[in-house]
Write a protein that binds this ligand. Structure first.
Ligand code: NAD
Length: 509
């Protein structure tokens, strides 16, 4: 069955005005499983106009009323988890357990958004005698979210629910490689009770994204994707004085000390680099092995475990990578390392058996690098490849991690708290783990790498408290009420505030 993903504008499916579509293929077979609208500026403008019309009434609802609709949406996602997960397996190639987790984790941010009436209040303070200052959060208006292929449900749910409950109208641009999941979400938008124009989806590629960025009526853009595109999006938005947060790629480092727990470390390292076929911005990419453990050889244990991974999309199996060009790119990093003298401890380039003849299958690959300058040690590969490099000292490990151009995540494996503290206080990355290879901060902690590296551009955060700031403006209101007349209270009263307060108020401070 092939699905055509149309735009979702004003709570209706709308074909793209230019009549253009691209193919959606399954990574398991490379067969076409759907069509995706390729929208241009006219489609974006149509969605923006509907959102602009919807904004006054949506933003004037109480936050509790908006959260009530989001709560219904949360229940509907829970009800349809299996259906959504099946679409994720089909279009993204994740295994079923990973696909269900994609939906469940995305729904956790929906849940957080439902709690905003309890957590997103402003401040109120008596700043001078008789004078109060409070701030109130105002939504920005129409905002947009441009998302990547690797989490078809979770990443669109990082930002949209928070922005919506805060009173914004949201336009999501799903990845053209995986539009089916969000296409199925459209019917839940109506069922949950979002009014027309509030929560919309426009499909397309770079032209569509540019139209979103350039629309003068879109106040803020959140972006998640590769570093080069994140930089382009952030630069363009800044040039237009538009609020932007843009998360880019990653090169996450794991450091294993000789005292690391064998079972846990081996299990975790393999799950971390090979899970979701390495197509996670939180995937382990480089393992720095410090010194030696006399009792076991960590590297051979990791290789042995990874060797046993089975290809497929059932629970626990290793799915294909997204497309043929991605597969070629991953292979080119392995070839490049081989040429520079690296040892390929486990070679996944040509799996002996594959579930289908035509899918983008790669088994896990483990490279033991001899040269610190290998490209595979520095660039994002985004596939089931682990680069290992042996170091003799802690300082050497830290120098390598600190010297990489990304600043997303890093993790230390050790059984000593003091050693863990030494590393966590020196790692440069924005998200750190201790014996946790995928150190994803969960709500209410914000997700994201270090600003100023290839992993993050722009302002604010994509989730949690930072996203509350990102999707609102704090308006400050200063109030002085005249004191009641003495006859009103039956006693003599002075005027509110003292002489200094009055002077401050006349701009003399
Ligand atoms: P991508 O950068 O190719 O695409 C991301 C989005 O940008 C898509 O919706 C795409 O249509 C759009 N796009 C493409 N060209 C554009 C242009 N010129 N201008 C504006 N938008 C454009 O990324 P991808 O391949 O879909 O996803 C994988 C990447 O995403 C990896 O680098 C991964 O690390 C990153 N990622 C990062 C995080 C994070 O939190 N840091 C999370 C998930 C994925």
């Amino acid at each position: 069955m092939s699905t055509t993903c149309l735009n979702w504008i004003d709570n209706k499916y709308e074909p793209p005005i230019g009549g253009e579509y691209c193919d959606v293929t399954s990574p398991m077979t490379n067969e076409v499983v759907g069509k995706c609208a390729v929208s241009g500026a006219a489609d974006v403008n149509k969605a923006v106009d509907c959102a602009t019309a919807a904004f006054p009434s949506w933003s004037s609802l109480t936050m509790k009323a908006r959260a009530a609709i989001m709560l219904k949406f949360h229940a509907l996602v829970k009800r349809d988890t299996q259906k959504l997960a099946e679409l994720i397996v089909l279009e993204n190639g994740k295994n079923m357990v990973e696909a269900v987790a994609d939906v469940a984790k995305g729904n956790e941010t929906v849940e957080y958004a439902c709690s905003l009436p309890q957590v997103a209040q402003g401040k109120n303070l008596t700043v001078s005698r008789g004078i109060d200052c409070r701030d109130t959060r105002r939504p920005l208006g129409v905002v947009a979210s441009i998302v990547p292929f690797n989490f078809p449900f979770m990443v669109p749910m990082w930002t949209s629910p928070i922005a919506l409950v805060l009173g914004n109208c949201v336009i999501v641009k799903p990845s053209e490689k995986v539009p089916l999941t969000m296409n199925a979400v459209c019917s839940l938008v109506v069922e949950a009770g979002f009014p027309p124009g509030v929560f919309q989806f426009v499909h397309g590629m770079a032209d569509c994204c540019n139209a979103i960025i350039e629309s003068p009526k879109i106040s803020a853009v959140s972006f998640v994707g590769s570093s080069p595109i994140a930089k382009i999006v952030a630069d363009k938005c800044r040039g237009l004085n538009k609020r932007v947060v843009a998360l880019g790629g990653a090169k996450n480092h794991l450091v294993a000390l000789p005292d690391a727990d064998k079972e846990g470390t081996v299990r975790d390292v393999v799950a971390s680099f090979a899970g979701a076929s390495g197509q996670r911005c939180m995937a382990a990419s480089v393992l720095l092995v410090v010194g030696e453990n006399k009792e076991y050889d960590l590297i051979s244990e990791v290789v042995e475990r990874a060797k046993n991974l089975v290809l497929g999309t059932a629970a626990g199996e290793l799915g294909p990578v997204i497309d043929a060009s991605s597969k070629d790119k991953i292979i080119s990093y392995i070839e490049d390392s081989e040429k520079s003298g690296a040892e390929i401890l486990l070679d996944g380039r040509n799996p002996a058996t594959t579930p289908t003849a035509t899918g983008n299958w790669l088994s896990p690959t483990i490279i033991l690098h001899k040269s610190k300058s290998d490209k595979a040690l520095h660039e994002e590969i985004f596939g089931p490849v682990l680069s290992i490099y042996k170091v003799n000292t802690w300082n050497e490990a830290i120098a390598i991690e600190n010297g990489n151009a990304f600043g997303n995540a890093a993790c230390i494996y050790t059984s000593k708290g003091g050693s863990a503290d030494w590393f966590t206080s020196r790692f440069r990355a924005g998200m750190l783990g201790v014996n946790v290879g995928i150190p994803v901060p969960r709500e209410p902690f914000a997700f994201g790498g270090l600003y100023g590296t290839l992993s993050k551009y722009g302002d604010g955060d994509i989730t949690s408290e930072g996203a509350i700031e990102f999707f609102t403006t704090r308006i400050k209101i200063t109030t002085r009420w005249p004191a009641p007349l003495s006859e009103e209270v039956g006693e003599e009263v002075g005027i509110g505030g003292d002489a200094n307060d009055a002077a401050n108020f006349n701009g003399k401070m």
